[in-house]
Ligand binder design. Structure first.
Ligand SMILES: [Zn+2]
Length: 315
């Protein structure tokens, strides 16, 4: 009897060992399977993000060459190759108006471990589109304005006029953005208007010369240039507070508290303020550049270009 019981117990123990072994083997397979999938899925994600980066960079660089689609295509190929994507893996296309470039790339990724499950590999692809256009709306503008005209790079312009500069009585080309009054004008000049101004907006002008707030605002911005030597038209940093975004408006004749229509935006490097009282004049040099860092803006590929333009990724 005892012997038989011992035999039975031994048998059970043996069976348990067997069961544990079977369970362990099954578990190992599952764990290895997950590890394998994680490795291959990781490789797939990495390859996808590489392709996406290459497409983004190529589309942005190409958009800056528009409307020349030939130059844009060359630029796209250059950036794809630089980012490890061969032109054979990519398709570069343009919309019918030549204002938008799309770069698509795809490649086969071979699996290492997932082959256990009969999966040999997978195709990954990425796509990016970019447009080039003039700034259509932007935050951070200063409360100056200049009439619509042909602007020449590097040339000096009066951003706020004196009493003999061609506007009507009591008007010096200053704008009332957000709020009226000299205090709002001074803050908008020092820090840039917090709201957004868009092409097509009608904006009130700020009458009066406001020579005090003008000098305070301009000198504040000049003092914020931390570059050595100080920024000049021959050598400036695009993100320097001396660079201001100025609305361009219509019409040219203004009288007192008037209204102007915004037609575009120009970037200027502040030169400084000269004169006092009604003859206080602010000058700046016209620049051609992309909007300074930190400003929110939208683009219009078909808008009139006043030198402030950019390439941007779009959906
Ligand atoms: Zn500077």
């Amino acid at each position: 009897m005892m012997k038989t019981l011992n035999d039975v117990l031994r048998k059970i123990r043996r069976d348990e060992k067997g069961t544990v072994l079977v369970l362990a083997a099954a578990l190992m397979t599952v764990i290895l399977g997950f590890a394998a999938l994680a490795t291959d899925v990781g490789a797939l994600a990495l390859e996808k993000s590489r392709l996406q980066n290459a497409c983004d960079a190529a589309a942005l660089a190409a958009a800056r060459e528009l409307p020349s689609t030939v130059a844009a295509r060359e630029k796209a190929v250059e950036y794809l190759e630089y980012n490890g994507v061969s032109p054979e893996e990519a398709v570069i296309s343009f919309d019918s108006t030549g204002t938008r470039v799309t770069v698509e790339a795809s490649r086969q990724v071979n699996f290492t471990f997932a082959r256990i499950f009969g999966l040999s590999g997978s195709q990954v692809s990425a796509k990016a589109s970019a447009v080039f256009g003039s700034v259509k709306s932007i935050s951070g503008v200063v409360p100056f304005g200049i009439p619509e005209q042909k602007l020449v790079y590097g040339q000096e312009y009066k951003l706020k006029a004196g009493s003999h500069d061609g506007y009507g009585p009591g008007n010096y080309g200053a704008l009332a953005l957000g709020f009226r009054g000299a205090s709002s004008y001074r803050n908008n000049l020092k820090y840039g208007y917090g709201g957004t101004v868009s092409v097509g907006d009608w904006v009130l002008t700020e009458p009066g010369n406001m020579s005090g707030p003008t000098a305070e605002g301009v000198n504040y911005r000049l003092s914020l240039c931390r570059h050595t030597p100080k920024c000049t038209i021959n050598s400036y940093h695009p993100d320097c507070p001396m660079v201001v975004i100025v609305p361009i408006f219509e019409p040219t004749y203004l009288s007192g508290r008037d209204e102007v229509k915004i037609v575009g935006f120009g970037a200027f490097l502040l030169k400084g303020v000269e004169g006092t009282g009604h003859e206080s004049v602010v000058s700046g040099y016209f620049l051609q550049m992309v909007p300074p860092e930190g400003l929110r803006y939208t683009l219009d590929p078909n808008g009139a270009d006043y030198g402030l333009h950019a390439a941007k990724l779009v959906e």
